[in-house]
Write a protein that binds this ligand. Sequence first.
Ligand code: 3PG
Ligand code: MG
Length: 399
Amino acid sequence: MSIRTLDDLLAEGVSGRRVLVRADLNVPLDKQSGDITDDGRIRAVLPTLSALTGAGAKVVVCSHLGRPKGAPDPQFSLRPVAGRLGELLGAPVHFATDTVGESASATVDALADGEVALLENLRFNKGETSKDDAERGAFADQLAAFGDAYVDDAFGAVHRRHASVHDVPARLPHVAGRLVLREVEVLSRLTGEPERPYVVVLGGSKVSDKLAVIEALLPTVDRLLIGGGMCFTFLKAQGHEVGSSLLEEEMVETCRNLLERSEGKIMLPVDVVAADAFAPDAAHDTVPADGIPSKRVGLDIGPETVAGFSAALKGARTIFWNGPMGVFEMPAFAHGTRGIAETIAKTDAFTVVGGGDSAAAVRALGLDESSFGHISTGGGASLEYLEGKTLPGIAALEN
Ligand code: 3PG
Ligand code: MG
């Protein structure tokens, strides 16, 4: 692979040069207060930013936040992120109130050596996510004008064919940042020759999101443990009724087919926590996975399942985990996710936690991040990497 790295760029010297850094600062915000509820992605990009400021670069950071529709939308402003980034860097971050307009130009022009600016949300501009090459290219031209070199440290967005990820590197000397390098290094250990047994735990709400990765992983893994909202479609495929639990009816046949082909590698819950309603204070109890009452909704895996999954995880040498086992944001339905996370943390296996949600779960549940081998900042990106797909952001760096 011919990817140039941040160290290559630093070796050339960046003092006084403007370096455009694409970061993934798409952090979860509290719906009411707008506060950042998990700053993991901001912390993850600090090594790259500090290396650049320390070397005297003028650092111009850009990112998306959420999914605004190509126009400014205050609820998706990066302003709070600029504040938090400044606190973590221990230096003010100059915030531009637009992405490529007057404020951005003035902010970039005013940067002194070793200072950092953050541009407003990339997705306030139609060109960022446009499917039209010319429209994306025109926006990439504007962005590229703010840098003499480009660093991609937005691992969470490398699977997006977006202007800032895919088109800007074609316009500037480009390198991979520290985070992108580390992520790729770790994930390549999983696609190469993982130490066995290799056990994968998948959760989260939708089978349809995970289908490609399940297909790709089945031949490779020794065990595939499935929990979270997506397990109900599999349980249905086994012929069980799932009450009013999350169900992707159109995926049932696909799940049945996967189960048939899985040579017994797929493990499903044997019990679930079923509630009267999707609410933190809903009445609930543990029921067998083949006996979910018709009006109840499964919101977590049950204790017997945690024990069974844990037994499968204990002997593993390599573990990849993506997706919560239940609605961990509600304490009553967090036991499954906590139980699995604690087991993974305690093993001697090489452990990788993939994904926004599972990474946030680790932190929200107060688990020690250092007891995991690697916590990826990319959900979709890490899954697509494991699927063996070409990631537009990585491919762009290779050229
Ligand atoms: C993520 O949160 O998965 C990344 O930041 C990418 O965001 P997206 O799925 O909205 O492209
Ligand atoms: Mg995503």
